[in-house]
Each structure stands twice: as structure tokens, then as C-alpha cells.
Design a protein around this ligand. Sequence first.
Ligand SMILES: N[C@@H](CCC(=O)N[C@@H](CS)C(=O)NCC(=O)O)C(=O)O
Length: 230
Amino acid sequence: MIDLYTSATPNGQKIHIMLEETGLEYAEHWIDIDKGEQFRPAFLKVSPNNKIPAMVDQDGPGGAPISIFESGAILLYLAEKTGQFLPAEPRARWEVLQWLFWQMGGFGPMLGQAHHFRAYAPKQIAYAVERYTNEARRLYQILDQRLGDRDYVAGAYSIADMAIFPWCRLHGRQGQSLDDFPHVRRWFDAVGRRPAVAKDMAKLEDKADQQEFDEETWSNLFGAEQYRRH
Ligand SMILES: N[C@@H](CCC(=O)N[C@@H](CS)C(=O)NCC(=O)O)C(=O)O
């Protein structure tokens, strides 16, 4: 049994998709990051960086529990555990790993900054909005080019697609339109039609993360409460 600590955000959604795709048995523990539950000592034991997602596999290596944080590490762990969505053949495996790390190091963090400066920042800073909207566009262009001659990001459908897809759902918030990226749109629709992904999206619909924050939420995520402990 896997205990998943999660929230209805793109990084959380990646793991829901993988768990649904693999059919592993899991229990969801919703962490309300708006209310500051990510700072609770019990959660910090599993996720020392105070961020979702995190998981505990009660049946880890050697039959003992293992806890893992960081969505890329969790996807890799689950792929290795199940032997699914990450090829064993070295060249195919490295194709997937490169695009997984591209998402973890670029597509996620840069789009996150686009969300921040376009939607969450208390005052509009034109330079930051332009910088991250441009960077988002550049990354979508890279993805579009990559998908121009293949169905999925790294050949067969893999954990790289699962990592990238949830971030594309929020393209509007990043100042982008999928009309500008036809290959991304085709891929996005195909991934979204997969039963595991559709099931997950429907489930998260009523928990959709918000764009307008009250004072308490803003403080927990970006202000005094976020930095109080460090
Ligand atoms: N690199 C991390 C990023 C995780 C992340 O940013 N999680 C956000 C929600 S999407 C969070 O938990 N924020 C709460 C906080 O920063 O206090 C991963 O991919 O797991």
C-alpha cells in the first residue's frame, strides 16, 4: 500500500496519474497547503522541503517502508517498482529521463514563476511578467518541436508525459494558447483521453487549485509563514 500526500496541483497530479496508470493500491492524504498543513511535523518527516507530493511505500525495498519526496523521484521510484512507463533499454530509458529532468528543472519551475508573477504577485512587475511569459512560450516551442515527429515526448507514453501534462493544463495562466502549438495540442488531447488521466482529472476537478488567495493562504505559500521556519 502506498500512502500519497498530495494536493490538487500539477506536481501532485503527476503522481495520481502514475498511480492510476499502474493500478497500484494507494491511500490519499490531502495536505491543505493553503492552510499551512505542509508545515506540520508529521508531514515534514516525509517531505522535509514542505512541499507536496510525497509518499510512503509501506512495501518498499526489502519489504520495509520507504518515504520519498520530489515528484520526479516518486515517478522514477514507481516506474522501477512496477517496471512500467520507463523502458529498461538504455537509449530509450535516457530519452525518458532527459525529458523528465527537462520538466523537473525547466518546464515546472519556469511555468511556476509565470503563474506567480502573472497571477499571484501582489503587484504587477512588468519585467517579471514578460520574462516568465517569454520563457514559458520558449519551453512550449521546444515541446512542440519535439512532438512534431512522435506521438509522445520520449517515444512510447512514459513518466515524462505524465510529468509534463498537468502543467500544460494551466497554459492560460501561463499566458499561452495551445492554438500556437499544434503538436502539443494533439498530444495534450491524446494524453487527456487516457482513462487513467481522465479519471484523475475528474476527481481533482472539485479540488482545483485556486488563483485568488486570501491573506492567510498568501502568507503560507509566499509570505511570512512560508519563511518563518527557515
Ligand atoms: N520540485 C517539487 C515541487 C513541489 C511543489 O512546488 N509543491 C507545491 C505545490 S505544487 C507545494 O507543496 N507548495 C507548498 C509550499 O511551498 O509551502 C516537486 O516536483 O515535487
